[in-house]
Each structure stands twice: as C-alpha cells, then as structure tokens.
Design a protein around this ligand. Structure first.
Ligand code: TYD
Ligand code: MG
Length: 458
C-alpha cells in the first residue's frame, strides 16, 4: 500500500490526525483541520559515519566554560532584565503579542541600539515594505548604517543571506509570513511555521547568531501555530497591554537563560517605546484621595515589587442575583474572598453587587493582593476610607487567616521609597522586615494574623 504523504493539522494547536475531523480533540476548536504534506524526517539513519561516531567524547561539567560577559546588552534596560541580563548569542527568541501592540517598534529599537556599536544587524520583514519601515524608523530616531533591512519571505533566500553576511543579530518579522518552498502548504500554516522555526533554530545555534522571531497571537492569546513553537525556542516573550492604556508589559513566559517571572514596563510614545523605570509611581498616578473602596496593594513580578491601586465597589443589588465582577484579577478569587468576609466577619453582602478593579489595567494573579482586595471590599461596604499612605499585602486563607508571602522586605522597601508611612502585612512577615534593625524611613509596620485584624483598621 502506498505510504500516506498528507496529514491533517489543527491550525490552532498543531494537533495531528490521519483523517479530517470537525472538532479538534486537542483544543476543542471547530473547523481547524487542514490537509498538509507530512514532513519527511530529515535525519536519515546512518548519516554519521562510523569514524565520526568514535570521535565524540561526552564532556564533564567542569570542562564546560561559560561567561556572562558574552551577553550583549540590547540597550534597553527593561528588555535586558526580562532576558535575564542581555541577549545570549546563538539564542532564538520568540516575541508574541496582539497586533499593534508594538512588537515591530520594540525590535526596531533593539536593532538601532545594537547597530550603533558597529555590529551588523539584519532586520527581515515579511509584512512591511522598506518605505513603511523607514517611516517607523523616522519616528524612533537616527539609525546607524550597520543595520540592514530586507523584505523577504523565502526562507532559502534568507538562509543564504544570513550565511553570507554573518550578522550578529537577526529579526524575523513575522514567522507567520515566512515560507519554505519544500512545503506545499500556505505561509502561516502549522507545518510552515514549524519548519521555518526549525531552520532558524539551526542557523542560530550553528552560527551563534541571536535571532528574534515575531509571532502573532490567536484570540486566546497564545502564539499562533503549534505549541511546539514555544518548545523549540529558547525564550518566549509576550508583549501585552491594555488597548486603551499607553503602557505595555513585556513578560518572559519561558527563558532558558534567566528567570521567567521578570517583567519589563514600557510606555508607547510618539517617538517609540519608552522605558518606565518606576512602574509603581506610574500605576498610582491618578489615585483618588480620601475615597472609600480604594486600597494600595503590593504585588511582586519576578524580583520587582509593583504597587497597585485596588478599587472595590459594593452596592446593594437591584436584581435577584447580585453581580460579581473582577477586572485584572480572577472573579472566582473575588467570590472566595467575599465568602470569607461573610462567614468570618459576618458582613452581609449576599444581596450586594461587587465590582473589583485593578487600576491601570494591570493583570495580577499573585495571591499577595488578597488582603488588598479584602480591605477594598470592606472599605467600600462600610463606606469608610482607608489611610491614603498605607499599603497592604498578604495572602488570605479560607479560615480567614492572613498567610505569609515571599520577599516581604522588598515590598516594604518599595512602599517606603514612594513615601508610604504604614504597611499592613502578615504578622509572620514582620521579623523578616525588621531584620538588622531596619526602620524603612520610620514606616509603621502593622502585623495582622486574621482578616478581622486587618478590617478593624479601616
Ligand atoms: P507596531 O510595532 O507596528 O505593532 P506590531 O508590530 O506589534 O503589530 O506598533 C504600532 C503601533 O504603535 C501603532 O498603533 C502606532 C503606535 N506607535 C506609536 O504610538 N509611536 C511610535 O513611535 C510608533 C513607531 C508606533
Ligand atoms: Mg509588526
């Protein structure tokens, strides 16, 4: 029987199937299967000769040398931080994000910074013409001539040019527009994206060139194409932000050369992306004074504390089923925290609508903001103001206990830096914050054991 040479791929998640299916068993999306030529495995057996196999000697760890000085600074502190200290030569970095969020702008700015030190940088665009790139570049500033631009989508041509010119860094904007002639399916399809990335990976590792790939995201917010894409590359960065706010957050969701929790904060200006070195100050600008239901909480993103205003509005519902809505945090978490308040403190909120909003459009999943949410709800419910110069952090458990959080001293330090004078924190964290007799500019540390202790402060 002839060997089957086509296979069906889900264009959403990359699930493979021998026959067409209406619904993908992998991601449960409908009508996503497309027939594509199956990719014959390139590594044929026995290609490495007997003599070569004998030459290979495994290395001991002590024989391997690494130096951090090899990292190249991108010239943007926020980006360097997210990458774990700079760009590692030979790494493949995927940058994902919604259309228009600023991926091309960020990478063009990286190109500009890298090119000033006489390094050759290659910016390959499959989406925009040279003129369009020029218009964007004009907004950003002056560029050195060592930055070369290329409008090309054929990977074979791109490979030849990279091998000939040997640049230090290459930008591919975007992977969904690239195609290899060996594969018959359209650019952007699962097999094209996968093959293109595999080729770029070989180039990056083989030639020691750092390659940035721009990837589009699906409506669910993951990089379009197969999940394997994220497994293949060294680093996955997501560029996210609120459409209506000017700031953007760059987040590492995978990083083989650094921590994955780090974030970089940027602001989109008329002359490109500007770094926001102090996000807390930025997030708190516009906080109302003396308003009930407003509390400043502290969340940790990587090693970086961010102060954020939590707003709550609790109001008697006009309908049978009260509305509960959380923006920027999990609505289920909100329900849980309200249940704790009802049960442990006897606050009657069953007939009240409750809305919680993290001001500025930030999204935070860290449980350390629990106590902030609880205090904001209580403040709104009692219609009593929380001290404007007070910050709050701590995780809340189901029995109403306030549990410890990581790195409390770092959070207190950030609050002290921004002129806050009091801090409500878990009692167990007090010792870590007063270690060595630190007094944080005279900040008052208020340790709480239960939610009741905290709510009594309002
Ligand atoms: P872009 O980098 O093209 O987004 P992506 O590549 O992620 O699709 O971002 C374009 C947006 O940014 C566009 O809406 C215009 C805006 N922008 C500025 O506000 N200032 C600038 O200096 C530049 C270059 C773009
Ligand atoms: Mg773009």
């Amino acid at each position: 029987m002839a060997k089957r040479d086509t296979i069906f791929y889900c264009q959403n998640c990359g699930h493979e199937s021998a026959k067409w299916m209406g619904q993908c068993p992998g991601c449960k999306e409908w009508n996503t299967f497309i027939e594509e030529k199956s990719i014959a495995s390139k590594t044929s057996k026995g290609s490495t000769g007997q003599s070569r196999q004998q030459d290979i000697v495994p290395a001991a760890l002590s024989e391997v040398t690494v130096s951090d000085s090899e990292r190249i600074s991108a010239g943007i502190t926020e980006l360097d931080r997210v990458l774990g200290g700079g760009i590692v030569p030979g790494s493949l970095i995927l940058v994902g994000g919604d259309p228009g969020i600023g991926k091309s702008t960020l990478l063009l700015q990286v190109c500009r910074n890298l090119a000033v030190s006489q390094r050759e940088i290659l910016y390959i665009s499959g989406e925009e013409s040279l003129q369009q790139i020029k218009i964007r570049a004009n907004r950003i500033g002056k560029f050195s001539d060592t930055l070369k631009l290329l409008c090309e989508t054929n990977l074979a041509t791109i490979e030849t040019i990279i091998r000939k010119r040997m640049p230090q860094a290459v930008i591919i904007d975007s992977i969904q527009t690239m195609y290899s002639e060996e594969i018959s399916s359209a650019p952007g399809s699962v097999s094209q994206v996968r093959e293109s990335t595999a080729l770029l990976l070989q180039l990056a590792k083989g030639l020691g060139i750092a390659i940035f790939i721009v990837g589009h995201v699906t409506k669910e917010g993951t990089v379009a194409g197969p999940r394997v894409l994220e497994h293949m590359v060294d680093t996955v960065l997501y560029f996210e932000g609120d459409r209506h706010a000017a700031y953007r957050i760059l987040r590492a969701v995978k990083n083989r050369f650094g921590s994955t929790n780090e974030i970089g904060v940027f602001e989109m200006r008329s002359a490109g992306l500007a770094e926001v070195p102090n996000p807390s100050e930025y997030m708190l600008s516009g906080k109302p004074e003396g308003a009930s239901g407003s509390v400043v909480a502290c969340s940790l993103e990587g090693t970086r504390p961010i102060l954020i205003e939590i707003q709550a509005l609790v109001y008697q519902s006009n309908f049978g089923i009260p509305r509960r809505q959380a923006t920027g945090t999990d609505t289920n978490r909100l329900n849980l925290l309200m249940a704790v308040l009802e049960k442990r403190l006897g606050m009657q909120m069953a007939a009240s609508d409750a809305y919680v909003n993290l001001a500025g459009g930030m999204k935070i999943a860290e449980p350390a903001i629990d106590l902030g949410i609880v205090m904001a709800i209580a403040s709104s419910f009692k219609n009593r103001v929380v001290d404007d110069k007070m910050i709050v952090f701590g995780e809340v458990g189901l029995s109403g206990e306030v549990r410890s959080v990581s790195l409390p001293a770092l959070r207190v330090q950030e609050a002290a830096k921004l002129g806050f004078t009091a801090c409500v924190l878990p009692q167990v964290c007090i010792a870590a914050c007063t270690e060595g007799g630190k007094d944080w500019n005279g900040m008052k540390l208020i340790g709480v054991r239960t939610v009741r202790d905290a709510v009594d402060l309002i």
